[in-house]
Design a protein around this ligand. Structure first.
Ligand code: PMP
Ligand code: GLU
Length: 390
């Protein structure tokens, strides 16, 4: 009787495993189990005080009404200035849409540009939410494996070969979650040339742009030429750089046609992002930036410690991360798939990691080092004991 079927796109997706494992680790902790969690990519420090103060002041001062659907004009102006100064990207405020996290900006983008069956090329390994978002929007993901010999990055040639008449976009995530690798300017120039030649949108997820190490340069692909800027949707946010994950604020810069469509979509979906949170974000961009460098230096210390220790363990081979806050480790020598490996590790030693299969790499596991040094040292002792037992 009736039609109680659920939506076919939504029923095709699986819940986020990065968030699921984190939740499971927290549940175990609440039950009194000693858990070392390397699961979620979430900075362990609090949001800097001056940012929290600005949001509290806005709330106390009555900033409690809707803003423009695509975000406060002052915030969009500050984002325009930031993108120009830090990234060499030229946008007008009308090309910026502020949303409820970079995740939301990405979902909005896929919904706005994809028609049923349109293909999106995703270099693999990839962050697990991209294909699920593409499914929601009715698109089709085309996975393009980066070769180990090329640091798991794709080349312009490989990109060109993956293009079909249905190709609508490619996702570039540099620095990458989960591998931590960074595309160089030259590599991006090559990919940009292919996108321009074929008329393919580039969705450039730059959420980890400030977390780069050993003097590496983060390059925004949209800054390379006017032609590529006209095809690029630049995604960024406040979660990682300012430790504002719970604030749920991200943003994008896009060609006018795309930004207008996303703005209309958002006007019906959420009406816009939280008002007083946006005042905090404004302070994040306009206030002192010392907190960003402080955090980066702290992550850098943890990165070297965790990478050196893991890599010294017999049978474990890690990609040296140059950006973001993850170490991706090859555990194939243990002859276990990544889910079995991670499950055994959690049950036997109380160490939570994310199985690589979620990122299209079943021979790997992912450690986030956005957690405390105590968690890292204690968790690695347990991990070492575990791998020795295999
Ligand atoms: N992109 C990547 C690559 C991520 O790892 C994350 C993780 N949260 C996001 C986007 C989304 O961030 P948020 O929604 O918290 O802004
Ligand atoms: N992006 C982070 C991660 O990969 C946070 C969780 C999520 O949003 O997936 O762990």
């Amino acid at each position: 009787m009736g039609n109680l079927d659920l939506n076919k796109h939504v029923t095709a997706i699986s819940p986020s495993l990065t968030l699921g494992i984190t939740q499971r680790a927290n549940e175990l902790k609440n039950k009194g189990v000693n858990v070392f969690s390397f699961a979620a990519g979430e900075p362990d420090c609090d949001t800097p005080q001056h940012i929290k103060d600005a949001a509290v002041k806005a709330l106390a001062g009555g900033k409690t009404k809707y803003t423009a659907t695509d975000g406060l004009i002052e915030l969009r102006q500050a984002i325009v200035a930031k993108l120009q100064k830090d990234n060499g990207l030229t946008y007008k405020p009308s090309q910026i849409v502020v949303s409820n996290g970079a995740k939301h900006s990405l979902l909005n983008t896929f919904l706005a540009i994809l028609n049923d069956g349109d293909e999106v090329i995703i270099p693999s390994p990839f962050w697990l939410s991209y294909p699920e978002m593409i499914k929601i929007a009715g698109g089709k993901s085309v996975f393009l494996k980066g070769r180990a010999g090329n640091d798991y990055k794709i080349t312009p040639d490989e990109f060109q070969k993956a293009i079909t008449p249905r190709t609508k976009a490619i996702v570039i995530n540099s620095p990458s979650n989960p591998t931590g690798v960074i595309y160089t300017r030259k590599e991006l120039e090559g990919l940009a040339a292919v996108a321009v030649k074929n008329g393919v949108y580039v969705i450039s997820d730059e959420i980890y742009e400030k977390l780069v190490y050993e003097g590496q340069e983060h390059v925004s692909i949209g800054s390379l030429s006017k032609e590529i800027l006209d095809l690029t949707i630049t995604i960024n946010g406040f979660s990682k750089v300012y430790s504002m994950t719970g604030w749920r604020l991200g943003y994008l810069g896009a060609p006018a046609k795309v930004a207008d469509a996303i703005s209309a979509l958002q006007s019906h979906g959420t009406s816009g992002p939280n008002t007083f949170a946006q005042y905090g974000a404004l302070e994040a961009l306009k206030g002192p930036q010392g907190c960003v460098e402080e955090m980066r230096l702290e992550f850098d210390k943890r990165r070297l410690y965790i990478y050196n220790r893991l890599n010294a363990m017999k049978g474990v081979k890690c990609i040296k991360p140059m950006g973001a806050f993850y170490v991706f480790c090859d555990i194939s020598s243990f002859k276990l798939d990544s889910i079995t490996f991670s499950e055994k590790l959690l049950v036997q030693e109380g160490v939570a990691v994310v199985p690589g299969v979620s990122f299209d790499a079943d021979e790997f596991i992912r450690f986030s080092y956005a957690c405390s040094m105590d968690n890292i040292t204690g968790g690695l002792d347990k991990f070492e004991k575990f791998v020795k037992s295999l």
